[in-house]
Design a protein around this ligand. Structure first.
Ligand SMILES: [Zn+2]
Length: 562
């Protein structure tokens, strides 16, 4: 409680001196605040920009470096731990915006330790500029805030792999420039009511390199939970109900690479998603968010050497790892969690007459609830020696480049024997999701083929830091693959076809020559009566198994050398 009071006092004197209670700064005010911090402490803090966001405005970031060097190379040389804090990905969830200003003020004034901070004041600039006071319908303050969608109406916390926004490209470049050890992404939650001010989503074990997972689960996480408990600001794991109430159980949330922490894990960065509770007062949410940042700060200062050493080992080993899990599901195994909730009652809707849940905050309880916290991988992506991508697929290549993927280009036209993958099965969502009709449950068949590559086409050796990222994006069967995100949809349509009345004769000639194909056709007819009755289907079958059928149909433009 003491720390909490100090925090609140700190905020009220230093931050709320500028910004009144229940108020979050506008985009302009926030940047001005950071400009002032950098101007007041030029040897410790530096405000920079990288790229542009979809709003047309740049992405700002403040570097706080006790050694005053402000560069990733120097921080590596100086053996400093890099912590990146991203705020306002959902600008309506503004507590991190305020908390980070307060934290930056404090750190720039008295920087200590071997931690370098890279703070993004507001990531979703377009959303922050779209200010209102109604779009967070259930949230308790602040009086005004930004909107969730960015300048292209994208939810940026689904955009880390597909990178449809300029924001994502700018962030990717910043992330790859600094390659942080820790990433904190600040949010405010929706949903149920319960006692704690904040909840934490952290990577599940199979997401990270084993040594890093063990360190996170046995030391880092317990430290953070204990720290918060000790200052009487209890934090619990992210609350994702299985049914309607806590008693139905809490379900693990799978942070696929499309989300910030899932993306961070691809590069051996420990990504925390912090969710302050929407029903607590805004000032309280700011204070709790600040408390969490202070907890990470303390742990990073005390245990920086281990954090850096483990990431260095993970980075080295990742370059050689044979395969990675790239699809996950919540296991049926049940643990339990002591949940500090509120009693619920059922009320009748005036609107529909149906029953709905109400929480009674005057009746707190602590009760063990079922906790489905085990996430298991169920598909392993085996990494080839190299990937080859024709240069025409420039959108994919641009994303690989932004992610620091090392690649070379063919300097002359070359024929290479590769493994080609053909899409054999996929399902497509019926409704759009973040500008895409996502595919899922993708299946492939593989064929060894000789493919003509041209000067400028791309060759990627997988023995590199981005190996896990490559497995997650280039293997079409991975959950968040570029195939599933529609980057290769043009191979799904046949470009050439045939006229039945002309191909009839050709088909007859083919079957005359190709006895094997004729036998296969007869066998299929005998086993499949509807096929036997369908003249068109039979003609198509012969066409698809002839030299006339286009080679590129369903063939993915990502080739492999095993
Ligand atoms: Zn959010």
């Amino acid at each position: 409680m003491r720390y909490l009071l100090i925090s609140l006092f700190f905020i009220s004197t230093q931050l709320l001196g500028q910004f009144r209670s229940n108020y979050t700064p506008t985009y302009k005010e926030a940047i001005e605040y950071y400009e002032r911090i950098a101007a007041d402490h030029p040897s410790k803090a530096k405000l920079e920009t990288i790229g542009k966001t979809d709003s047309g405005k740049p992405l700002h970031y403040l570097v706080i470096d006790p050694k005053g060097e402000f560069s990733p190379t120097a921080s590596d040389k100086n053996e400093q731990t890099v912590v990146m804090i991203m705020n306002g990905i959902h600008p309506g969830e503004a507590c991190g915006i305020n908390a980070s200003i307060s934290f930056a003020l404090q750190k720039a004034a008295e920087p200590k330790g071997d931690v370098v901070y890279v703070i993004i004041p507001i990531y979703n600039v377009g959303g922050a500029l779209n200010r209102n006071s109604t779009s967070r319908a259930n949230q308790n303050g602040p009086e005004e805030y930004g909107f969730r969608g960015n300048a292209k109406n994208l939810d940026l916390n689904r955009d880390f792999v597909k990178a449809d926004s300029k924001n994502a490209f700018a962030f990717t470049r910043l992330f790859q420039l600094w390659k942080p050890h820790i990433l904190i992404d600040t949010h405010t939650t929706n949903g149920a009511d319960y006692q704690p001010n904040i909840t934490l989503l952290s990577p599940f074990p199979e997401k990270l390199f084993p040594m890093q997972s063990t360190f996170l689960k046995r030391e880092f996480e317990p430290y953070l939970y204990d720290y918060m408990k000790e200052i009487n600001d209890e934090m619990i794991p992210y609350v994702n109900f299985r049914g309607n109430t806590p008693e139905d159980g809490i379900y693990a949330f799978i942070d696929h690479p499309r989300y910030s922490s899932g993306y961070a894990a691809l590069f051996n960065t420990i990504g925390f998603t912090l969710e302050a509770h929407m029903l607590k007062s805004f000032d309280q949410r700011v204070a709790s968010t600040l408390n969490f940042i202070a907890a990470v700060d303390k742990f990073a200062s005390e245990r920086g050497e281990v954090i850096r050493k483990i990431k260095a080992i993970a980075d080295k080993e990742t370059k050689k790892q044979e395969s990675f899990y790239t699809k996950w599901q919540v296991n049926t195994a049940i643990d339990s969690l002591e949940f500090p909730g509120y009693e619920t009652t059922m009320s009748k809707s005036i609107l529909s007459g149906a029953e709905f849940i109400e929480y009674d905050s005057t009746k707190p309880y602590r009760r063990l609830v079922p906790y489905y916290n085990e996430v298991i991988g169920f598909y392993r992506s085996v990494v080839p020696k190299s990937y080859l991508i024709p240069q025409g697929w420039s959108e994919v290549i641009a994303r690989l480049e932004a992610n620091d993927v090392e690649m070379t280009r063919f300097d002359s036209d070359t024929v290479v024997t590769v493994t080609a993958k053909y899409v054999s099965y996929y399902e497509t969502a019926e409704t759009p999701y973040e500008g895409h009709y996502l595919h899922k449950n993708t299946g492939v068949v593989e064929r060894k083929e000789q493919i003509q590559f041209f000067a400028g086409d791309v060759l990627i050796s997988t023995e590199q830091l981005a190996r896990r990222y490559l497995a997650n994006t280039l293997d079409p069967q991975s959950e968040d693959s570029f195939f599933n995100w529609n980057f290769f949809d043009s191979v799904l349509n046949q470009k050439e076809y045939f006229s039945s009345y002309l191909f009839e004769k050709t088909a007859g000639e083919i079957l005359e020559r190709d006895h094997m194909l004729r036998r296969t056709l007869e066998l299929k007819k005998s086993k499949d009566p509807s096929f036997a009755d369908d003249a068109k289907a039979q003609l198509k079958f012969v066409y698809e198994n002839s030299k006339y059928y286009e080679k590129g149909h369903l063939r993915l433009p990502v080739f492999e050398i095993r």
